[in-house]
Write a protein that binds this ligand. Structure first.
Ligand code: PLP
Length: 264
């Protein structure tokens, strides 16, 4: 069917506090006017103060969620977020190879802003070797890019070198988020496109603690735009603007790192 409504999929962990993970993804997808679906990999007990606990679901139930979607919906873009551990990363990769859910955006979630590990240490190699090569868009923040490449990333040149390295690992388009160490008053992301073109995306740094779920929102916005048919450059540029606006007009929710404002 040519004119089906754009359908998207997030493969990630939940946030009971509503600000990050699957919840942020679905809110973003709704705002960007695509239909959002979710394969839940892990469930977190979480609020704006931090992650109190989490548990990954049995692989069989994750496989069944993929099968349910593939049997009925026409997903045209998908993303991954929190995947918990090496076995679950591998299980998700198997499903991504089994089904065609369109271009894949990989947000290689490792550690929450509050310090909680959302990916086991020994799973970083599995992400690098199995998941990164499937990524049409890879969106690491600086600590994640450091872990994936082993590079120091202390200045803009090193961020650019890391993006090339991530492309060498198999990611097609790379967005390295937050060059704050190189640019303290700017939130600068480096983008390296599949065709070799590259550019910096900069926005004024906003002084706020309400930035919970920023990475999830960026990657799910990219996914939504790709599902609507945008090219990679347009999707990435629009997502940066969307996140910048959502941070700039914070809403008061919770006592800690509050969520973004999706209506900004
Ligand atoms: N919880 C879940 C389920 C997430 O997927 C993420 C980030 O991807 C977070 C928490 C952390 O969000 P933040 O580091 O923006 O606070």
């Amino acid at each position: 069917m040519a004119n089906e409504f754009p359908q998207t999929l997030t493969i990630a962990g939940t946030d009971s506090g509503g600000g990050a993970g699957v919840m942020a993804d679905l809110k973003t997808m709704q705002e960007r006017q695509v239909f959002g679906t979710a394969v839940v990999v892990a469930v977190t007990a979480q609020n704006t103060l931090g992650v109190q606990d989490f548990m990954a679901l049995p692989q069989k139930l994750i496989d069944e969620q993929f099968a349910s979607l593939a049997a009925d919906l026409k997903i045209s873009a998908c993303k991954t977020g929190m995947l918990a551990d090496a076995a679950h990363v591998h299980g998700v990769v198997e499903n991504l190879k089994r089904y065609d859910f369109g271009p894949l955006t990989v947000d290689p979630v490792m550690i929450a802003k509050g310090g909680a590990a959302l990916l086991a240490d020994d799973a970083v190699a599995t992400v690098r070797d199995e998941l990164v090569p499937l990524a049409d868009v890879l969106t690491p923040n600086l600590p994640e890019a450091k872990r994936l490449t082993g590079l120091p990333l202390d200045d803009k040149e090193e961020m650019e070198a890391a993006a090339v390295e991530l492309q060498n690992l198999g990611a097609k388009n790379v967005v390295i988020k937050g060059g704050h160490e190189a640019t303290p008053d700017q939130a600068s992301d480096f983008v390296l496109l599949a065709d070799g073109r590259s550019f910096w995306l900069s926005a004024p740094r906003v002084d706020t603690v309400r930035t919970h779920g920023t990475g999830d929102t960026l990657s799910s916005c990219i996914t939504a735009e790709l599902a609507k048919g945008a090219d990679f450059e347009s999707a990435i540029r629009l997502a940066k603007d969307y996140v910048t606006a959502a941070i700039a007009h914070p809403i008061a929710v919770g006592h800690g790192h509050g969520p973004l404002n999706h209506w900004a």
